[in-house]
Design a protein around this ligand. Structure first.
Ligand SMILES: [Zn+2]
Length: 379
């Protein structure tokens, strides 16, 4: 990658940095008060250099104190069915409803959401993450929620006089709406990946619900028409499974669904030139309907890379399974313990900049894609 560096000294910023640096002994050595490069602004192309005033910058000391690092990892949670049960009602660990923990109790799901909030995570849309647009406040970390299969995620109880849906308070969206009202700064959102049966409230109801969802901060994506293992399908079958589902979404919520697919059973795990049929996951034409996918999600097991780094691969985004296993086997507790131990993406609050400690890109090629954003490093 050809990064043309220009170092820009922002006088006020560096003066403040110097001021802070003087307060702590250990900082004096790392941030010399006369070093103008404590905060470096790097731009990828000469053509797209924005006005410096258009972006928000902080001092190196402020970035350091908050631990700002936008090359670190992002949790994409994978949930399935949410059941109206207490944890004590299940035979399994924590809030697991089934042996493998794919389904979760309402009690545990609500507690999960409160826990992420307390740990300093704020929600964002999956589609924005795939576009490299991460908009969470300074010092906070992005959190992305996904639900597969649709079943028991959106359970309709009826309709209000004004045409808005009444949800079962124990289903996923019922709990999300409750949390949304309670924490206005959480930016509650989630992406629901559905098959042709949608949410199983009856086709007409589900069509109306989906319109309400996209107007109220939720996203709908593709989980194939029949929930098949795409890794076992030939090109025509993949085209049918992926294309028919997009076509259906386009009829119900034209232009408002996300062009992202959650791969049933996480298959195929690897795309590549030896399997050209897998290209149909990402583009094709089904019954005259042209479709594209800008990303594909695997089933589990751990945090996903920052969209800016070399290892990030939009064809196989990793997710964290929303389950309990006593802090082992990549459950929520284990994943968040790792994230919170210096691996989590911490935002600078400006979606148009990428900020990280310069040491994190000492190899020179860990930062790979900037999406046209301005790059700011600090020492
Ligand atoms: Zn599924």
């Amino acid at each position: 990658m050809n990064i043309r560096k220009f170092t820009s000294m922002i006088l006020a910023a560096s003066m403040t940095a110097a001021l802070f640096a003087g307060c702590k002994d250990e900082e004096v050595t790392t941030v010399p008060t006369t070093d103008p490069s404590a905060v470096q602004i790097t731009e990828t192309t000469a053509e797209t250099v924005p006005e410096t005033s258009a972006i928000t910058t902080h001092t190196a000391e402020e970035y350091r104190t908050a631990g700002v690092n936008e090359l670190n990892s992002v949790p994409i949670l994978m949930y399935h069915r949410i059941y109206d049960m207490k944890n004590a009602d299940t035979e399994y660990t924590g809030g697991n409803v089934d042996k493998d923990g794919y389904n979760r109790t309402s009690e545990a799901f609500e507690a999960d959401l409160r826990s992420y909030y307390k740990m300093g995570y704020r929600m964002m849309r999956l589609t924005d993450y795939v576009d490299g647009y991460i908009d969470v406040p300074f010092g906070y970390s992005p959190l992305i929620l996904t639900f597969d299969d649709g079943i028991r995620d959106v359970v309709l109880q009826g309709w209000n006089d004004d045409g808005t849906p009444v949800f079962d308070p124990s289903c996923a969206i019922g709990i999300l709406e409750k949390i949304k009202a309670e924490y206005p700064d959480y930016n509650v959102t989630a992406t629901f990946f559905v098959n042709s049966q949608l949410f199983e409230n009856g086709e007409e109801n589900d069509r109306k619900i989906m319109k309400w969802m996209v107007d109220n901060g939720y996203d709908i994506g593709n989980h194939t028409r029949d929930h098949v293992i795409l890794g076992d399908c030939d090109a025509d079958e993949i085209t049918k499974q992926v294309g028919a589902m997009y076509k259906k979404l386009d009829e119900i919520i034209p232009g408002q669904y996300v062009n992202i697919i959650a791969l049933p059973f996480g298959s195929p795990e690897k795309m590549g030139p030896d399997k050209p049929q897998y290209d149909r996951i990402f583009s094709g034409t089904y019954e005259g309907f042209e479709y594209t996918s800008k990303a594909a999600l695997l089933c589990a097991w751990t945090r996903c890379y920052s969209p800016f780094v070399r290892e990030y691969d939009n064809t196989c985004l990793r997710r964290i399974r929303g389950y309990d296993n006593g802090g082992k086997d990549w459950d929520i507790e284990m994943n968040f313990a790792q994230l919170n131990d210096g691996r989590r993406y911490i935002s600078d609050g400006d979606p148009n900049t990428i900020v990280f400690p310069s040491s994190d890109n000492s190899s020179g090629d860990w930062l790979k894609t900037t999406y046209g954003h301005q790059v700011i490093t600090y020492d």
